[in-house]
Design a protein around this ligand. Structure first.
Ligand code: ADP
Length: 448
């Protein structure tokens, strides 16, 4: 087992990894930018080291700074968290070249899944059902139009290098294709430095269902069921739950096995998430994330496993500590993503938190790196905490979420908490009957 792990991240996820390390008796090293010197992950880790100025590009994304930090501190492995360098194949490769262990899959697997066209091709070949669409990239508008005719409108033009819901444009007819094609390409170029796009059938009322898988890197893999992440704004997840209200045991076992078998065949190592759209009883693969997800705690809650601990074990060459058979679902879990945002525009709202009180009690977990008097820097993502509840069933989890929200205090800044208070009063949320378009429609009606 490793003696020392460096965490190449910040905020709640860095703290999450520090906690797992401490329970495993492993020393943790926090890295930080100059603006994060007082951050909670820095205070909680066993050691810390400054890696550069505030902007992400000069600090948390700086590969030379992070490799140097490993050398200076003597860390043997790096946990990348999510975001930043977590899906950067070059980073994984450079660590390997420096005999440092990247806690995640191999650089080759990251590369394979990082390009969405290759990912789709690979998954199709491994027996995973995919969204109908173009075979590979689409280079010209004429080609895009002819594919639109072939698969039928509406279609969605998506960036091959996409992520975070960017570089995605809907075309309802041939006449809308020109603008969708060019806008998706230019957005993709600006966001990812790669303007390749592909075309997919646009699904009108799907749910976003993702399967958590775990591979040992030696041909064995298990699945930990699904998460339903259908509540989205601008293709970004807002609330996640497990198990999915629309998924029964048989369906879970079938799609879970398909995913576990697929990643086992490529000797995948560590945590991964296979994302699908689910409509009329059919699954359509959209992408695979080769890292820990923001929403991993809902899976941890219902299966009672520590996914970060498992990631570290597998990276150290140890076997996965559970088998498919031993995994049993216990109850229901819901996570909400709390952002420092001003409603109704959802504009970033950095600033000083004058008072913070976290909810507690049975079945409540608050993953946050916030504290009284903390100043949220303007340079990073607006996520300031994840509130995760666990109950014996969905109604109990929902009631617990409402109760926990009533205890939560964030003074001094604006947050999106009022959105969740309002959502909990909606019958669609109470019944679990919503798809990926539900929230956008609801916001247009209720929040503008
Ligand atoms: P990203 O990597 O940017 O997150 P994804 O491919 O995972 O992109 O898609 C993000 C979200 O965009 C999905 O959860 C869904 O809401 C929407 N989306 C993606 N593909 C389609 C599609 N073919 N039809 C309808 N919605 C889609």
């Amino acid at each position: 087992m490793f003696e020392k792990i460096l965490i190449a991240n910040r905020g709640e996820i860095a703290l999450r990894v520090v906690r797992a390390c401490r329970e495993m008796g492993i020393q943790s090293v926090a890295v930080h930018s100059t603006s994060d010197v007082d951050a909670m992950h820095v205070r909680m880790a066993d050691e810390s080291i400054c890696i550069g100025p505030p902007t992400g590009a000069q600090s948390y994304l700086s590969i030379p700074a992070i490799v140097s930090a490993c050398e200076i501190t003597g860390a043997q492995a790096v946990h990348p968290g999510y975001g930043f360098l977590s899906e950067n194949a070059k980073f994984a490769q450079i660590l390997e070249d420096h005999e440092l262990k990247f806690i995640g899959p191999t650089a080759d697997h990251i590369r394979l899944m990082g390009d969405k066209i290759t990912a789709k091709d690979t998954m199709k070949g491994l027996g995973v059902p995919c969204v109908p669409g173009s075979e590979g990239g689409v280079d010209t508008l004429d080609e895009a139009i002819s594919i639109g005719k072939q698969i039928g409108y509406p279609v969605i033009v998506k960036a091959t290098a996409g992520g975070g819901g960017r570089g995605m444009k809907l075309a309802k007819s041939t006449s809308e294709m020109e603008s969708a094609f060019h806008t998706a390409r230019s957005e993709a170029k600006a966001a990812f430095g790669n303007d390749e796009v592909y075309v997919e059938k646009y699904l009108g009322k799907p749910r976003h269902i993702e399967i958590q898988i775990f591979g040992d890197g030696k041909g064995k893999a298990v699945h930990l069921g699904e998460r339903d992440c259908s509540l989205q704004r601008r293709h970004q997840k807002v609330l996640e739950e497990a198990p999915g209200p629309a998924i029964d045991e048989k369906t879970r076992a079938r799609i879970g096995k398909t995913c576990a078998d697929a990643v086992a065949r490529i000797n995948y190592a560590g945590a991964g998430t296979v994302e699908f759209l689910y409509e009329d009883g059919e699954f359509y693969f959209i992408e695979m994330n080769t890292r820990l997800q923001v929403e991993h705690p809902v899976t941890e809650a219902i299966y009672g496993v520590d996914l970060v601990r498992e990631q570290i074990r597998v990276a150290a060459g140890e076997p996965i500590s559970f088998s498919q058979k031993s995994l049993q679902i216990d109850g229901h879990s819901i996570e909400i993503r709390i952002n420092a945002e001003k409603l109704p525009a959802f504009s970033p709202s950095p600033g000083r938190i004058t008072q913070y009180h976290a909810p507690g009690g049975l079945g409540v977990r608050m993953d946050s790196a916030i504290y009284d008097g903390y100043s949220i820097p303007p340079h990073y993502d607006s996520l300031i905490g994840k509130l995760i509840v666990h109950g014996r069933d969905r109604p109990e989890a929902l009631a617990r979420l409402g109760r926990a929200l009533s205890e939560l205090i964030f003074d001094g800044i604006d947050t999106n908490v009022p959105l969740f208070d309002a959502l909990l009063r909606e019958s669609a949320i109470q019944s679990g009957n919503y798809n990926i378009h539900w929230l956008e429609k609801w916001l247009t009606k209720n929040f503008q």
